[in-house]
Design a protein around this ligand. Structure first.
Ligand SMILES: [Zn+2]
Length: 76
């Protein structure tokens, strides 16, 4: 069972939870500090993404490949 990183949107506590995908989808994960369900998944397994397109990365689009996000709005 892998660990997942979350950040609570209420108290901004960052924490790691060992859970299954199913448990996450069913909303069984809550903040370890305030028990809030208002949490956000943090993706950090793809390397650091600065949101800026590296000039060394061929001339691809402006999408953020390290975080698999088209807009790079989640990895700021
Ligand atoms: Zn919290």
């Amino acid at each position: 069972m892998p660990n997942y990183d979350f950040e609570c949107q209420d108290c901004h506590k960052a924490f790691e939870v060992r859970a299954t995908i199913k448990e996450m989808e069913e909303g069984k994960i809550s903040c370890v500090k305030c028990k809030s369900k208002n949490i956000k998944r943090i993706f950090n397994g793809f390397g650091v993404c600065t949101g800026k397109t590296s000039s060394s990365m061929s001339s691809s689009s402006s999408s953020c490949s390290p975080c698999s996000s088209g807009s790079c709005s989640t990895c700021g």
